[in-house]
Design a protein around this ligand. Structure first.
Ligand code: NAD
Ligand code: UD1
Length: 312
């Protein structure tokens, strides 16, 4: 099978850089695009010299920017990961949330329509479900987001569904649950909780728990998410639809702290702060649909993934 040509937005980010690594390792050609706002060139340091990888610094929300890249590069698939990733930042900066999490998706859809790109893989989020009483969440569960970020991801899913219905572009929306693993910047207060807590325990600083710590998440390892992205982007068989990207396993913040306490005995006690605006209490997905669509589902056990992160 000849390698595909894949355009990856947000390529210098946490999930983007692992996705690029996976695609190139599998023999595909990749153009990575990123404005380096939260991503770094360092995340791509292992791949910059690779002949099948190229990089362009570009703001994908700028009108016409993605279209002009697509016109030159002719990708078989666009994997659209660039976004404002932080739920709390979406609450305080709704305009930025709209530009990065809705307008940029429209730019990607238009680029695909105008230049006949047959497939788009999009990074949606479990945040589209909001607070749902019945867990685990199947894709058919109601989507009633509780954050600006969650609404923007849901609007983007609908935009993509519309481009599939009207123009026949195969659109795959992955609702990632909480992704963790190496290269998620722990220094930013907006980073993922696993990355922040692991780093704090390592350096002997107290962690901050927003709320009582009983909130729980379905933590999915980044290598598994990268594999799902690569499979969906390069599959020879037609694929479209909306799929949870999750493990089906629930871990609370208190569970996470208990594991880290065993690994770093004598760590300082956590500090408690009020719950964050836009926070969901419990989030747990059902991975059945992705399993049947891709013959693959994220399956790295949390203890194994956390071990890899701590050894990094
Ligand atoms: P990240 O911040 O590491 O990656 C996002 C990348 O997009 C960064 O490299 C950033 O520089 C780039 N970017 C942002 N705005 C841009 C713009 N206007 N133009 C070009 N590049 C831009 O975050 P991540 O965790 O790797 O997230 C990737 C995607 O996955 C996002 O769409 C996010 O919403 C989604 N997602 C992440 C998680 C998670 O747990 N990390 C869960 C669900 C969904
Ligand atoms: C995360 C992603 C979001 C994604 C969603 C999917 C990040 C930064 N955000 O949001 O892009 O769409 O999963 O489910 O990866 N917490 C603390 N202390 C901290 C940091 C966090 O107690 O220092 C708490 C938060 O209040 C929250 C939980 O940990 O209750 C998880 O927070 P976070 O890792 O930011 O993830 P989500 O908000 O779930």
């Amino acid at each position: 099978m000849a390698g595909k040509r894949v355009l990856v937005t947000g390529a210098a980010g946490f999930i983007g850089s692992h996705t690029v690594d996976r695609l190139v390792a599998d023999g595909h050609h990749v153009l990575g695009v990123d404005d380096l706002s939260t991503g770094t060139q360092e995340n791509l340091s292992g791949i910059l010299e690779e002949s099948r990888f190229n990089f362009e610094k570009q703001d994908v929300s700028a009108p016409g920017a993605v279209a002009s890249i697509v016109e030159r590069y002719h990708p078989d698939t666009i994997i659209h990961l660039a976004a404002l990733v932080s739920v709390p930042r979406g609450e305080t900066e709704p305009g930025l949330n709209y530009r990065l999490n809705v307008q940029a998706t429209h730019e990607v859809c238009e680029a695909a329509r105008r230049h006949q790109v047959p497939r788009i893989v999009f990074a949606s989020s479990a945040a589209v479900y909001g607070e749902c009483a019945e867990l685990p969440l199947a894709e058919s569960a109601p989507t009633i987001p509780v954050s600006q970020y969650g609404y923007a991801k849901r609007i983007s899913e609908q935009l993509l569904e519309g481009y599939r219905a009207s123009y026949g572009i195969e659109t795959v929306c992955f609702r990632y649950f909480n992704v963790y693993g190496p290269r998620q910047d722990p220094a930013s207060p907006y980073s993922g909780v696993v990355s922040i807590f692991s780093d704090r325990f390592r350096v002997g600083q107290p962690v901050t728990i927003y709320g009582d710590g009983t909130q729980s998440r379905d933590f999915v390892y980044v290598g598994d998410v990268a594999m799902a992205n690569a499979l969906a982007a390069t599959s020879e068989t037609p694929i479209y639809g909306t799929f949870n990207c999750c493990t089906g396993e629930s871990t609370s913040l208190l569970d996470l702290i208990a594991v880290l306490d065993r690994r770093f005995p004598g760590a300082p006690k956590p500090e408690h702060h009020p719950e964050r605006a836009g926070d969901i209490k419990h989030s747990l997905g059902d991975p059945t649909a992705i399993q049947s669509a891709l013959k693959f589902a994220p399956a790295t056990p949390f203890a194994e993934g956390l071990g890899t992160l701590l050894a990094d």
